[in-house]
Write a protein that binds this ligand. Sequence first.
Ligand SMILES: C[S@@+](CC[C@H](N)C(=O)[O-])C[C@H]1O[C@@H](n2cnc3c(N)ncnc32)[C@H](O)[C@@H]1O
Length: 287
Amino acid sequence: MSEPLVVARLRAAGCVFAEDEARLLITAARTPDELSAMVERRAAGLPLEQVLGWAEFRGLRIAVDPGVFVPRRRTEFLVQQALLAWGDDPPKPPRHGGLPAPHTPGPPRPPLIVVDLCCGAGAIGAALAAAVDQAEVHAADIDPAAVACARRNVPGHVYQGDLYQPLPARLRGRVGLLVANVPYVPTGEIGFLPPEARAHEPLVALDGGPDGLDVLRRVAAGAPHWLAPGGHLLIETSERQVPAAAAAFAASGLAAAVATSADLDATVVIGTLTVRAGAPGPCGRSA
Ligand SMILES: C[S@@+](CC[C@H](N)C(=O)[O-])C[C@H]1O[C@@H](n2cnc3c(N)ncnc32)[C@H](O)[C@@H]1O
């Protein structure tokens, strides 16, 4: 199948970025038969990432199988906020006479314990592992298909089960960063999602209950048992869910802040388990 034919087939199927997608499919296919099969699956409505078998996320290739939630670019903002909260995402170095300022290394830090709950394919955990030296990453999801993907993507421990239930007890009170992109679409709005999501991503990955916040509330309620003093819980929401989401954080005793990105159309609620003055912070940091 030639490139113009691929483009024509994709365009006829309604793919808006037919040229870009054609190039990716042609590069990924190992044989002409494989290319035809991939083009037909895409034309039938499968998300491009599930056809290719990967999604790009913060410069990483995240393996994504059919039937698994496709990591969204918007969720890169959650990772960025987690790194800011942890202090490992330094602002660009000031420039002196056109040259970057010399880097002065600080004292070495002990390993950061990261938990990616509702991990799906594990994009968030993989990105944090790539960004933080010596992160000990744990990830968990209830869906066995997601867990199988995450085991290929996350350089760490991946568990299957309901929220915190499968995590090892030794993590209690020791987690520095607890991150979660939970399902947060209100049940009544599932029908308005694009067909790609409705037909090819599991309901358990999308449906957050009547107001979209059922899973978020459960994650917030459990967080204080797992966070280290001074540790952070970060959850992606929609902008209109912020008041109720922040209230759920506050009800768990977490000090809540909100960050938004207009560029990525992303909103993140950031909770911190506050510490008494002088008490040790996560992994020995003082608060
Ligand atoms: C919106 S997807 C996000 C996946 C991934 N974090 C990402 O950003 O690409 C939500 C994920 O939560 C998982 N999930 C839903 N309910 C869960 C529960 N009670 N316990 C664990 N995982 C759950 C789903 O299987 C799905 O993979």
